[in-house]
Design a protein around this ligand. Structure first.
Ligand code: GS8
Length: 219
């Protein structure tokens, strides 16, 4: 029986973009179902009743939630096609550490840039740049986070790049000027077809952030 693969997602979701890159990298055909997060569909609530968030991968009727778990699942199920995770246990643990660092630290810090009060802006920008500098330190002189080739950590982090124009605008700074090495890495990743075709248009991300700010009464 052919695999039935469905992705519940939202175009601008950096978490969903990770899953889209993984599916594209593996050449897996799937049905994409865009979700309205302001008015959640019964299917999303049924498939992810705990968090009620995208992305959700539905494989032969069974849901898998949380981007890290989904990407690892894809790698395990379609293991004969271009591996995403390093085979060495130590390198795998190391890759998971950086994915975790991003989700626990960088993402929350980045949110403050477009949610904070005017008087907190400078501190929010500084804290965010410090996080990116940590990532730049980990990148070092390697072409990719995973070494010579695009890998799991690259796939995990690159969707964030689509949010940079919005951060530049609301932080009133230039991430490229502050972290040129990180942006050079991002531009290199964008040359990969599975990445460029899976990422959202940064203008749409910007419009989404404007909408979120309006809903929060910030703008
Ligand atoms: C985060 C998913 C998430 O925040 C993951 O998959 O890695 N830890 C999860 N999804 C957001 C959209 S992207 O900002 C979402 O679905 N939000 C809806 C809500 O919070 O109600």
């Amino acid at each position: 029986m052919a695999d039935e693969v469905v992705l519940l997602d939202t175009d601008v979701s950096m978490f969903g973009m990770r899953v889209r890159i993984a599916l594209a990298d593996k050449g897996i055909q799937y049905e994409y179902k865009e979700q309205d997060l302001m008015n959640k569909a019964p299917l999303l609530l049924q498939m992810n009743p705990i968090h009620k968030k995208v992305p959700v991968l539905i494989h032969n009727g069974k849901p898998i939630c949380e981007s890290l778990i989904i990407v690892e699942y894809i790698d395990e199920v379609w293991k004969d096609k271009s591996p995403l995770m390093p085979s060495d246990p130590y390198r795998r643990a190391h890759a998971r550490f950086w994915a975790d660092y991003f989700d626990k630290k960088v993402y929350d810090t980045g949110r403050k840039i477009w949610t904070c009060k005017v008087e907190e802006q400078e501190a929010a920008n500084k804290e965010f740049i410090e996080c990116l500098k940590v990532l730049e330190g980990e990148l070092g002189d390697k072409p990719y986070f995973d070494g010579e080739n695009f890998g799991f950590v690259d796939m995990f982090l690159i969707p964030y790049y689509t949010w940079f124009p919005a951060y530049d605008k609301f932080g009133n700074f230039s991430i490229e000027a502050e972290c040129p090495k990180f942006v050079a890495w991002a531009k290199k990743c964008m040359q990969k077809e599975s990445v460029s075709k899976s990422l959202a248009d940064p203008d749409k991300v910007y419009d989404f952030v404007v909408m979120l700010r309006q809903r929060r009464g910030i703008a």
